[in-house]
Design a binder for this molecule. Sequence first.
Ligand SMILES: [Zn+2]
Length: 84
Amino acid sequence: MLCIQCFSQLPVTGFIRQPGNPVEKIFYGRLNIQQAGSAFYFTKESVMQRMMVELKYRGNKNAGYYLGQLLGMQLADSDRFCFS
Ligand SMILES: [Zn+2]
C-alpha cells in the first residue's frame, strides 16, 4: 500500500514496547487497564494523516487493513500484549 519512502516516514511511537508510556498514563485512574499503546504518532500534513483520511472519510478499507497489519506486527513483536 505504501512505497518504501512513505513507509519509512511513518512516525513509530515505540509505545507498544514501553511500559508506562504516555497512552497508558492517559488512562491511569480512569480505567482498569493492563497495557495500552499507540503504534504511530498523528501529525498534520503527513503520510499518517493521509492514511487516516483514506480510512475515515473515503471508506478505504484497504487503508484500515494495512494499518491493522502494521499494528499487529508491533503487537506480535512485543511480549507486553501476549496473554497466552
Ligand atoms: Zn510513497
